[in-house]
Design a protein around this ligand. Structure first.
Ligand SMILES: NC(=O)c1ccc[n+]([C@@H]2O[C@H](COP(=O)([O-])OP(=O)(O)OC[C@H]3O[C@@H](n4cnc5c(N)ncnc54)[C@H](OP(=O)(O)O)[C@@H]3O)[C@@H](O)[C@H]2O)c1
Length: 338
């Protein structure tokens, strides 16, 4: 059985997460028992929620145990099998974690799913046709429910979730406005993804200037906010919300390293009669099949575009993850393992 490089959580962050919180470990892959499958991971997904799991705090997800392989989504290929449902060569998506190989009980429902790579690249099953894509789909369709002609604003607009939100909103006839960090990300959001406008929040460091830019980009106000970040961007959009607007509260990445992310004018929720709903995509599994079918069709037909930042080798995962929390990624952050 092959040697298996793994990344463990070694210690918990005090404030900002750091590369020193992780440890590279060389392990031996165990022999397969009946029903098990050996998967060689081609790509590991790095996602912001992993930062929350590094803390030993009450949350919707259990903390990542110390001294064990970091959890995470993976795509790869079955290389050995003692399960009749899987054959060597099958392409699969699962939760293999931050390591090169995983041994999976293939008979447990939901542990490993075969995927078709004829029309959809394997890596996309960790992005637009995976958890981040379904997150975008769920928050937009089930919470925002945009109508044609309405205005949808999404933060972290060039990222894995945000890029899908804006394109789905456009496909439903809405005006899509992104908020992203830097001129390159904003140019991509408008010119490649087809958003109507994008605000570079880094060019508008104070609330007044950000609000003025947002006002220009949303002449008819904002009907739906898909919030990924929190902080002054959320504040600015709240002030532009139309009556009976909807907010899908998906993430608050600006606060994941411990910084406070206050809402400065919560009275706007009342004054504008807004609906604000937080959600966790893994709690809405009943919607995944419909979402994945739509997203898969859009990617396979070239109608849903995506971009990836790819780090090379399992050793690079900690640094790439720290970069993701600072906006160094441009598109879905992956680690290539083969
Ligand atoms: N609720 C759920 O079930 C669920 C599921 C998946 C994801 N999420 C959330 O969705 C959000 C986006 O996730 P993703 O996977 O698509 O990540 P992503 O957008 O691909 O990458 C994260 C992006 O967040 C922005 N960012 C990072 N730190 C920031 C900071 N301090 N201030 C402002 N922006 C910052 C950066 O973009 P800029 O350079 O543009 O700032 C960075 O590129 C996250 O908040 C995540 O936790 C929620």
């Amino acid at each position: 059985m092959p040697q298996n490089k793994q990344i463990h959580l070694d210690n918990r962050p005090q404030g900002e997460a750091a590369v020193a919180n992780f440890k590279l470990v060389q392990a031996q892959t165990p022999e397969l028992s009946d029903g098990q499958v050996l998967v060689r991971h081609h790509f590991l997904s790095l996602d912001p929620y992993m930062r929350g799991r590094m803390n030993d705090a009450k949350s919707y997800a259990v903390p990542q145990p110390l001294g064990q392989v970091m959890g995470g989504g993976t795509v790869g290929e079955v290389v050995e099998t003692k399960n009749p449902k899987f054959a060597a060569g099958d392409k699969v998506v699962g939760m293999g974690g931050w390591q090169e190989y995983s041994v999976v009980d293939g008979s447990q429902v939901g542990m490993l799913r075969k995927v078709d790579t004829a029309h959809i690249p394997l890596s996309a099953y960790l992005g637009s046709v995976g958890m981040p894509g379904v997150t975008a789909w769920y928050g937009l369709m089930k919470i925002c429910e945009p109508k044609a002609g309405e205005t949808v604003v999404v933060s972290a607009a060039s990222g894995a979730v945000g890029s899908v939100v804006g394109q789905l909103a456009k496909a439903r006839g809405a005006r899509a406005v992104g908020i992203a960090g830097g001129p390159d990300k904003c140019a991509y959001v408008v010119n490649e993804l087809g958003f109507d406008a994008c605000i570079d929040y880094k060019a508008h460091g104070d609330a007044k200037s950000l609000y003025a830019a947002l006002k220009d980009a949303t002449p008819d106000g904002v009907d739906c906010l898909f919030e990924n970040v929190g902080g002054i961007g959320l504040d600015a959009v709240l002030s532009r919300m139309n009556a009976f607007g909807r907010i899908a509260l998906c993430g608050m990445i600006a606060g994941y390293n411990g910084l406070p992310v206050p809402i400065s004018q919560p009275q706007l929720l009342l004054q504008s009669r807004l609906k604000l709903q937080g959600f966790i995509v893994s709690e809405h599994m009943e919607h995944w099949p419909a979402a994945l079918t739509e997203l898969g069709t859009l990617v396979a037909t070239g109608k849903l575009k995506f971009r990836e930042s790819v780090a090379q080798g399992i050793e690079s995962a900690p640094e790439a993850f720290i970069g993701l929390l600072k906006g160094k990624n441009f598109g879905k952050q992956l680690v290539k393992l083969v």
